[in-house]
Design a protein around this ligand. Structure first.
Ligand code: ZN
Ligand code: ZN
Ligand code: ZN
Length: 163
C-alpha cells in the first residue's frame, strides 16, 4: 500500500488506464517499480522508430517474455505485434500458476479513449480484450499492432481462468 503524493490518503492497488488514481483528490500517478503492478521490461538500449500513441514520447525497444515490444518510458504503455502479444500472454499466464486474482470490472470509460496507430496514424479500434482480465485494448488490424496500457498485461496474467 502506498500513499497519495498530494493528499497522503492510502491508495488502492489497482490501475485505471495504467495509472493509480487517488480516490480522494483524483491525483493520478504511475505505480512504483516493485509494486507488482507494472510489467518488467528489458530495455534494449535504443529507441523504437515510433512515438507513444498515448503521450507522444518516443518509444523504446524492449523485450517482454522474449517478445519484442516498443514501450513508453513515460506512461509505460506497450506496443506489440499481435502475435508477440499473444505469445507474451500465453507465457506469463502459464508461469503465473493456478491462483488467479479476480480482476476489477471493466472500466467503461476506457472504451471512450481514442488513440491513433503509431505506424499508420489511423484511429485504433478500442475493444475489450477477448481473453481474461477485463482489460480494454487498442488494436490496429491492418498493421497487426496492439497497444496496452501499463499494468494490463499483469492484470491479464493474474486473472482466473484456464492457463
Ligand atoms: Zn490524493
Ligand atoms: Zn506514453
Ligand atoms: Zn496502423
Amino acid at each position: 500500500m502506498s500513499n497519495c503524493r498530494r493528499c497522503g490518503a492510502p491508495q488502492a492497488l489497482e490501475l485505471k488506464n495504467g495509472r493509480v488514481v487517488c480516490e480522494f483528490c483524483a491525483t493520478s500517478s504511475l505505480p512504483l517499480a516493485g509494486s507488482g503492478l507494472l510489467e518488467d521490461i528489458i530495455d534494449l538500449g535504443c529507441e523504437a522508430q515510433t512515438d507513444c500513441p498515448g503521450c507522444g514520447t518516443r518509444l523504446r525497444s524492449g523485450l517482454i517474455e522474449g517478445q519484442a515490444v516498443a514501450w513508453c518510458s513515460d506512461c509505460r504503455g506497450m506496443l506489440f505485434a499481435d502475435v508477440a502479444f499473444a505469445a507474451a500472454v500465453r507465457i506469463r499466464r502459464a508461469a503465473f500458476g493456478e491462483y488467479g486474482r479476480a480482476p476489477r470490472p471493466l472500466d467503461p470509460q476506457a472504451l471512450e479513449r481514442r488513440i491513433a496507430c503509431s505506424r499508420c496514424r489511423r484511429p485504433m479500434q478500442v475493444h475489450p480484450y477477448y481473453g481474461p482480465g477485463n482489460v480494454v485494448v487498442d488494436s490496429c488490424y491492418p498493421c497487426g499492432l496492439v497497444w496496452i496500457d501499463a499494468g494490463e498485461l499483469v492484470q491479464i496474467e493474474q486473472a482466473p481462468g484456464r492457463r
